[in-house]
Design a protein around this ligand. Structure first.
Ligand code: ME8
Length: 506
């Protein structure tokens, strides 16, 4: 069984979960579910990032200890993920002992390899971004080039990681492994950043205490990004637990704002520790709301629980991955969501399911007949054969919108096929063999649709399959190689009665 390891970023606990966190996690869940259908042994990791100055300050403002703040936010995440059918294998917290031990082990390994040295750090620091900047990188008014807020001057004793030693090895790696950073536009950005010169990285602080202490020099706390990135190893029980079989990660899914940490710092740390690099880092785009960036200060960050009041989790999952190509930015609006729901889910998929099962009930008592001829159905069958191939290609490149478009296109063909073959006429004129053939193809097409939609809308797909198979079917236990192709139903099978899955929204 192939091992497949997929991760989301671990989310900061100084903020509540919002649409952006939901987006990465849903995308990772869709991939995890798809790979399980491919027969892979999947480890899907998500969790929270609890340390750092930002979290310490947020807790102080609320009069809480950092761990109390973290506990409250963790609960929000843990209540949210089931509502969105997130099927993670593990949820890591950086305050856990299993994590802190791994961060310190990794630190000692880097030290033994000579990749860490002590020096004096003098630079500008942006607290909200937890990023250090040189004078030349700052904006003209001396603000952070990422978030445009004021930065602080810092001068302190610090440990450094020899990032500059890995500039050429990393460039070579990126050029030899074209799939490593995606999409291509982001890869090019990373390459030009590296080519502009990598400076050694300050990796410890003495100005706050909420973090993992440097082994043997406890007044230093390990830089939050080293701490955070190590979560991908600590969840596997690094260095020697059985789950290390899952390393290197198949894909780290991240937002574009944190690509540099994942595509530059992390691979260099791994190289220094002598570990293989992740196979892929995919950076997705950002959602705006009414054209504006979501932010705490504007108070426009969309809360998943508010969206879940109006929309089922499956529908939100579908919309997020259908509306915008993964990798591009997009604007969220409920009117766009409603439009997609009514046109693609209610009118196309829901309608095809309903009319096909109704006709099967009405004309054949729900019992499937035999396919007797293919001649009139060559085109439809070609589409049914093509869809799984297109979905596979799209999923390999994390092009979720294309995978959904391939499924939707087959459904549109199905609806056209109903009009063209007019089963009501075939029934009236007693063309039973032809009627059986047409109804078989329609139900088979719907079965395929349910299979391939299931990573995106696990509950809706199971409800769809339950109507087709007349019994509950645990879709995640199926294998696409065995069941994900045309002609898998047997004549004589009794389908269930239709129940509307996607009632129109007015
Ligand atoms: O960055 N649209 O955590 P985080 C899309 N702890 N994605 C968005 C978004 C938006 N409007 N807003 C945020 C961290 N995100 C670190 C990660 S990993 C070792 C450490 C995404 O809670 C953002 O791009 O600030 C990022 O991928 C994720 O939410 C976590 O953000």
């Amino acid at each position: 069984m192939a091992k497949y390891y997929i991760t989301t970023p671990i989310y900061y606990v100084n903020d509540h979960p919002h649409l952006g966190h939901m987006y990465t996690t849903v995308a990772a869940d869709v991939l995890a579910r798809y790979q399980r259908l491919q027969g892979d042994d999947v480890f899907f990791l998500t969790g929270v990032d609890e340390h750092g100055q930002k979290v310490q300050e947020a807790a102080e403002k609320k009069g809480l200890k950092p761990i109390e703040l973290a506990d409250a936010v963790v609960e929000r995440y843990q209540q949210l993920w089931p509502k969105l059918s997130i099927s993670h294998t593990d949820f890591i917290r950086t305050s856990e002992d299993r994590h802190k031990q791994v961060v310190q082990t990794l630190w000692k390994q880097l030290e033994q390899k000579g990749a860490i040295y002590k020096g004096v750090y003098e630079d500008w620091y942006c607290v909200p971004c937890e990023t250090y900047w040189t004078q030349t990188q700052l904006e003209e008014n001396d603000c952070c080039p990422d978030c445009h807020r004021a930065v602080q001057k810092v001068k302190e004793e610090s440990y450094f990681f020899r990032l500059s030693d890995y500039q050429q090895p990393l460039l070579d790696y990126i050029n030899e492994n074209l799939d490593f950073i995606a999409p291509v536009s982001r890869r090019n950005e990373v390459i030009s950043f590296i080519e502009s010169g990598l400076r050694d990285l300050s990796i410890s602080r003495t100005t706050f205490s909420w973090g993992v202490p440097v082994p043997g020099d406890e007044k230093h706390v390990i830089y939050v990004w080293i701490d955070a990135l190590s979560n991908y190893l600590s969840a596997l029980g690094y260095p020697d637990a059985d789950n290390m079989d899952f390393w290197p990660a198949s894909v780290h899914l991240v937002g574009k704002d944190i690509l540099r940490f994942h595509a530059i710092y992390w691979p260099c740390i791994l190289m220094a520790a002598g570990l293989p690099l992740p196979k892929r880092v995919f950076a997705h785009g950002w959602w705006t709301v009414d054209g504006k960036k979501m932010s705490k200060s504007l108070g426009n960050a969309l809360q998943p629980d508010d969206l879940l009041k109006n929309w089922e989790g499956d529908v939100l999952r579908y919309f997020l991955l259908r509306e915008v190509p993964f990798g591009s930015d997009g604007d969220f609006s409920e009117s766009a969501l409603k439009m997609r729901y009514n046109s693609e889910l209610a009118n196309d998929i829901g309608n095809l399911l309903n009319r096909s099962l109704s006709m099967l009930q009405k004309y054949k008592g729900g019992i499937l007949g035999k396919v007797t001829s293919h001649e009139l159905d060559v085109e439809l069958c070609q589409h049914m054969d093509k869809m799984p191939v297109s979905v596979q290609q799209a999923m390999q490149g994390q092009a979720f919108h294309q995978a959904l478009e391939a499924i939707n296109s087959l459904v549109r063909h199905g609806n056209r096929y109903v009009e063209q073959s007019a089963p009501w006429k075939l029934a009236k004129e007693d063309h039973i063999e032809r009627l059986d053939t047409v109804l078989y193809h329609l139900i088979d097409l719907l079965r395929l649709t349910a299979f391939y939609l299931s990573p995106f809308m696990p509950n809706k797909a199971e409800a769809m399959m339950a109507q087709i198979m007349n019994t509950h079917v645990e879709l995640q236990t199926f294998n696409l190689a065995e069941h994900g192709h045309r002609g898998n139903l047997t004549a004589g099978h009794e389908c269930g009665k239709p129940h509307p899955l996607f009632p129109r929204m007015i």
